[in-house]
Write a protein that binds this ligand. Sequence first.
Ligand code: CAO
Length: 577
Amino acid sequence: MATLEIKVPDIGDFTDVSVIELLVKPGDTVQAEQSLLTVESDKASMEIPSSHAGVVRQLLVALGDKVRQGSSLLLLDVADEASAPVIPVAMASPQESGEKPAPALAGTALPATQTVATEAIEVRVPDIGDFKDVSVIEVMVKVGDTVRLEQSLITVESDKASMEIPSNAAGIITEVKVKLGDKINIGDLLAMLQGSKTPAVAATLLADQKAAPVSDQKPAPALASQALTAPSSVADQAPSVAVPTHQPGALTMGLPHASPSVRKFARELGVPLAEVKGSGLKGRIIDPDVQSFTRSVMSGALQTLAIAAQQAAKPAAAAGTAAVASTSAGLGLIPWPKVDFAKFGPIERKELSRIKKISAANLLRNAILIPAVTNHDDADITDLEAFRIATNQENDKGGIKVTMLAFLIKACVAALKKFPDFNSSLDAESDNSALIYKQYYHIGFAADTPNGLMVPVIKDANKKGIFQISLEMGELAKKAREGKLSPTEMTGACFTISSLGGIGGRYFTPIINAPEVAILGVCKSTIQPVWDGKAFQPRLLLPLSLTWDHRVIDGAAAARFNVYLGQILGDLRRILL
Ligand code: CAO
């Protein structure tokens, strides 16, 4: 075991870039090329990969630190034989680049025509820490694929994180023992492969596979035929391969090269990574690549919708429209205007924050793909606000401030219980042909942060009181503003509330946070004259804007939901009924 100091590699023109995301922590097992952290300059963000596989001993940077090429990032415990530099995926061959071959491989390259023994190897789930019964969400290899040592075979996901499981050997996959949706644990058999666990042999085997496409369905022909004709001089008559000496060359792996977080992001958007062009280091696919892919698909979808609308409106001209469309990149919309704003006055260009870029892709998808309708209503919160103020005056529970949003969360839980369709999601696995009803009540709330909009989630809001919800909300909102929310704290919501009440405004049309089916927008309460049958009374009215997915919810149900919500907020005792 050796401890290596992992440093920032050559990152081009980036100097003194800020660390905006730490993707690993002490104790984590990382693979070579796995992203360790994300840095952001005023121009772009990029993930910094590990040059080695190993276990993180200590982080040497914190969020907000500035780093540049050569800055120390972390200490990594690596196996002795792994402490030599790793050959990066898809690197240029040493001959082409003029570099020396990586020492470990150069020093152990086998002589020409040496026979190398391969064996049938079981690839099992290694120690993956606290993860139990995690779901297989991606199988990255198939029978016949050639894999290298430490290459990711599958991705698993728990409710906390996703992780890629690497191969403990190099060779050709002969059997894949898991499929999508399987639950796996440490020690489970993942795959069988014909190959070697010895790094030197493994590397040499792989070096010889340059000509064999790794994603080929059949076993790589060269290897297969050599296995048949090779002298059976190896114990157990194991197939053996005559391996001519090769410098390690460009290993063109058939898999898209992306970190688990990027894979997860792509899956959420339904983006096929294989079709995305990576702009990161060594062609690595990074978040902005997924976003721009989504944008291009979405603009295509919009343009197709526009064509459909044109054709519906002008049936006679439809053929002509389609013909024009097909000549302009197959689509009918005029392009987004490109304006040289500087012609009209001084300007300044500022890159969008990473969060803004991510939410942009999500918002665009949700705005386009959900047939959303918004109902506006008012709730009379005169008594509730008086009760809230009185409670805050009495409150001796460590200075917890009871907020209107905490009452709204409780009221929404009651409404979700009464109208379960609002607590459902379309089953994307079956092409939206079923609804999944959730029996838990996790409520997201939009928080405005310097970096953009974030949605922390109050878990099990049905089991919590107003004080606890107020306290948690305060903590989560603070974390959101400081950029310290963990993925767990931002996932799993059934329904979201977006409150602009502290700021102002009357009504707005919030965008549903897919795969949720509704969202409640709340604006500033104002005193309004309300007719009580005899006279106008000054009442405090809270404007509510409920946006709902018309595929799941009907207008009448939405109106009832809002009315019920108003009744609860008008008299919280109704929750007890
Ligand atoms: N009507 C009138 N006043 C309200 C109100 C309402 N509906 N809701 C809150 N207020 C008042 C509170 O009484 C409080 O006033 P005081 O400081 O005088 O007590 C003030 O506004 C701040 O309220 P709060 O501390 O209770 O905070 P909050 O619960 O309203 O908001 C949070 C917390 C995190 C939701 C908020 O800070 C925030 O980020 N809101 C923006 C959300 C957003 O951006 N939504 C848009 C998403 S779509 O782009």
